[in-house]
Design a protein around this ligand. Structure first.
Ligand code: ACO
Length: 695
């Protein structure tokens, strides 16, 4: 039994703040519980005693003779903090509907609430939630709408108002719910734990998750990685745009993690993210109502050429494969095809087709095993055929459940009435063909979980890496010098060309000769971040004289531009041959912890922000997917007859970075910029690292 079972399937419920007054939240909650047909024991609690809706009211929770699975608190915030101890003593789970905690800055109150509940081993949902509906008992312990249709969609919502609106929307769409959980401030129970329950719940087929921020990203990813194959999840996360992110921060008191990282992390574990509420709801309804497609072949059946072309364009945009075996298409549809029709997908049975022909065409598509999913489009002809079409669509889609079929009816009142009728029957129907195609895309993508691959064992000189980090830490230095960063990378098995530090001109000349010309020279100072901007870098140095001049020029220019900088010397390295400049980074994300980043250098990263992220450590198979995600990927594989760059070396370097920052938690920022990529090999030209210095 899942540990959250008493929350979703409680044997009894206490309502603290149950009100005698109709219309008050404390009354509505009791009424919804009663009206939902809950079979367990109901214990309203209110110091006034008496009776509410036929249930004896207890003056204090301690008077209840048995332990309580679920207590729901609906008294104001200050009373909540006063009663939490006595409620927690008696209860396994507590839902705190009350607002007035961290979302309005009352962080202390919220902290106290959770600490006190935890003292007695009680877990808290909320505060600042509208409650929970669970189809299993059934129980509607919310102050939202009283009638909720039972079904296979579970909703987890961080926004209360949106969650309540979802109940109404689900009912309008005729979408049944298995559970709806408001998670509010997530002070204790999180979406990850709720998800783990729903993935084990036999009523739930698809989970729709609305979140604004995610604090425990790794736990969340782990639960999704272990999702049973017969469960689906669709996420809508607000805060994608900068303005959105600001609104989120001031909304439920939640900190939105960086959106691009969130997006990449979802991709890493194969979660489908909707951009809009409309897409999210369409997708959820389609996944809930349709069988999964068994193959890639999509067929469009239409009575209108134009609508068919729009659908075909949308299929291309969403990467759906239109079935194009003309022999099979002809054989399938020849009995229903009028003279001017077209077998070429989109299969156009023309405006001549009435209800009878359309029904036949659909049945043929359902019966052809090489067709795996159907987009059925019908243009309202504004005639008496509409009733017949309605009947045909409902009967055919009820008869066949072997493949998904999504319906678009385009036109006036007649079309709307068919769509409503189809929805009432639990058939996915749309007025906009793009919505139907995007929902079909969701059906294909929602369970397309790609294996991330396994982590391989690699050698790293961990002692030497620790030594460098410890030395900097002892000196209280967060930013490592570039020679230290490079040394760490070298010890991690990454290809770093020879480098030395010179502290005077003579030494510089000696070292340059040791390396062999041409060389590059760079200032060494933790106070100078953008070395090139202050004249701290000179490249292509060919001889001893140029070394001497460069040394003097670098020191003079850096001292002039950054007078306070402590200059530790000048780093001398072999001048690297031209190659493709890439950038590899790692950082500490607020939601997901260590993440690695990859992109091409220069304008690709700075202007186009063409980068991809993954949560570290990243198996090599997943790194290859990460590379393919960037727009400039063709530059890696070679354009206009060029040979491909050495992707194995690139993958290996990113892999080592992922392992390095995971093993050495104290490395909180890392940049290899650039990593120069060749047809053979990848070499570090420059590196930066920031470590956490213990207080
Ligand atoms: N134990 C039990 N009951 C008590 C106690 C106690 N110690 N003390 C008082 N009560 C009773 C009151 O007498 C009252 O009952 P009555 O109506 O029979 O007299 C009942 O508890 C409620 O107390 P009130 O002081 O009347 O509180 P009120 O109902 O006005 O507000 C509420 C309480 C609803 C929790 C409010 O403080 C609140 O937080 N509202 C916002 C809720 C919300 O929106 N949550 C987020 C949802 S998500 C979204 O955005 C939609």
């Amino acid at each position: 039994m899942h540990y959250l079972e008493p929350l979703f399937n409680p044997k009894n419920i206490a309502i603290i703040g149950a009100s005698h007054h109709e219309g008050k939240i404390g009354h509505t909650v009791v009424k919804n519980i009663v009206d939902s047909g809950y079979k367990g024991r109901i214990y309203p609690v209110n110091p006034k005693g008496g009776e509410i809706l036929g249930n004896k009211v207890y003056k204090n929770i301690s008077e209840i003779e048995e332990d309580v699975d679920l207590s729901i608190i609906v008294v104001p915030a200050r009373i909540t903090v006063d009663v939490i101890d006595e409620v927690a003593k008696k209860s396994k789970f507590i839902i705190v509907i009350t607002s007035g905690f961290s979302e309005v800055g009352n962080i202390e109150g919220e902290k106290k609430l959770i600490e006190n509940a935890k003292k007695y081993g009680a877990r808290v949902l909320g505060p600042n939630v509208f409650g929970i509906y669970s189809a299993k008992p059934p129980v509607n312990a919310t102050f939202g709408p009283s009638k909720i249709k039972r079904g296979n969609v579970a909703v987890i919502s961080q926004s209360g108002a949106l969650g309540i609106a979802m109940i109404g929307k689900a009912s309008e769409e005729n979408m049944g719910l298995s559970a709806i959980v408001s998670i509010g401030n997530k002070a204790d129970l999180t979406e990850a734990e709720i998800l783990s329950y729903l993935f084990n719940d036999n009523l739930t087929k698809v989970v729709f998750l609305y979140i604004e921020g995610l604090e425990n990203g790794r736990e969340f990813l782990e639960i999704v990685r272990n999702k049973p194959s017969n469960k689906s999840i669709i996420v809508l996360k607000a805060g994608r745009s900068k303005a959105g992110a600001k609104a989120v921060a001031s909304h439920t008191g939640s900190l939105a993690g960086s959106d691009i990282v969130f997006d990449s992390a979802l991709r890493q574990v194969g979660i489908l993210r909707a951009d809009t509420l409309e897409d999210g709801l369409n997708w959820v309804a389609s996944v809930a109502l349709s069988p999964p497609p068994k193959g890639k072949n999509v067929v469009i059946v239409t009575n209108g050429g134009g609508l068919g072309v729009i659908a075909a364009d949308a299929c291309e945009k969403y990467g759906l494969k239109l079935f194009d075996d003309m022999k099979i298409l002809k054989k399938t549809f020849e009995d229903v095809m009028p003279e001017f029709g077209s077998y070429k997908n989109p299969v156009d049975i023309t405006g001549q087709a009435g209800g009878k022909e359309y029904r036949m065409a659909l049945e043929k598509a359902f019966n052809e095993p090489n067709i795996h999913s159907i987009l059925a489009l019908y243009c309202d002809r504004g005639d008496a055929q509409m009733e017949e079409i309605k009947k045909a669509l409902i009967e055919v889609s009820k008869k066949y459940s072997n493949k998904p079929a999504l319906y678009t009816i385009f036109g006036g009142e007649g079309a709307s009435s068919i769509i409503q009728a189809l929805k009432r029957e639990g058939i996915p129907a749309f007025s906009d063909v793009e919505d139907a195609v995007s929902s079909l895309y969701a059906l294909y993508k929602v369970n397309e979980r790609k294996e991330e691959g396994k982590l391989e064992k690699i050698e790293m000189k961990e002692d030497k890496i620790s030594e460098i980090i410890e030395r900097a830490r002892k000196e209280g230095r967060r930013k490592l010098l570039s020679n230290e960063a490079k040394e760490i990378l070298k010890q991690a098995g990454i290809d770093v060309p020879e480098f030395f530090v010179a502290r005077n001109i003579e030494e510089a000349i000696k070292l340059a000769n040791k390396i062999g010309y041409p060389v590059a020279m760079k200032v060494l100072s933790e106070d100078i971040i953008h070395k090139t901007d202050v004249g701290g870098v000179i490249l292509n140095i060919e001889n001893d004289k140029e070394v001497a001049d460069a040394y003097e020029a670098i020191i003079e220019s850096c001292k002039r531009n950054v007078p306070k900088a402590v200059i530790k010397g000048v780093e001398i390295t072999k001048m690297l041959e031209k190659g493709l400049e890439t950038i590899i980074g790692a950082t500490n994300d607020a939601s997901f912890g260590k993440v690695v980043m990859f992109g091409l250098g220069g304008i690709y990263v700075e202007v186009m922000k063409d980068v991809s992220f993954r949560v570290a450590p990243v198996p090599k198979k997943e790194i290859r997917r990460m590379l393919r995600e960037i727009e400039s990927y063709p530059l890696l594989t070679g354009i206009r007859g060029e040979k491909s760059k050495d992707l194995d070396s690139l993958v290996d370097t990113i892999y080592r970075i992922g392992i390095l920052v995971t093993k050495f938690d104290e490395i909180i920022e890392l940049d290899i910029n650039p990593l120069i990529l060749y047809e053979k090999g990848a070499k570090v030209a420059d590196a930066r690292m920031v470590i956490e210095v213990k207080k």
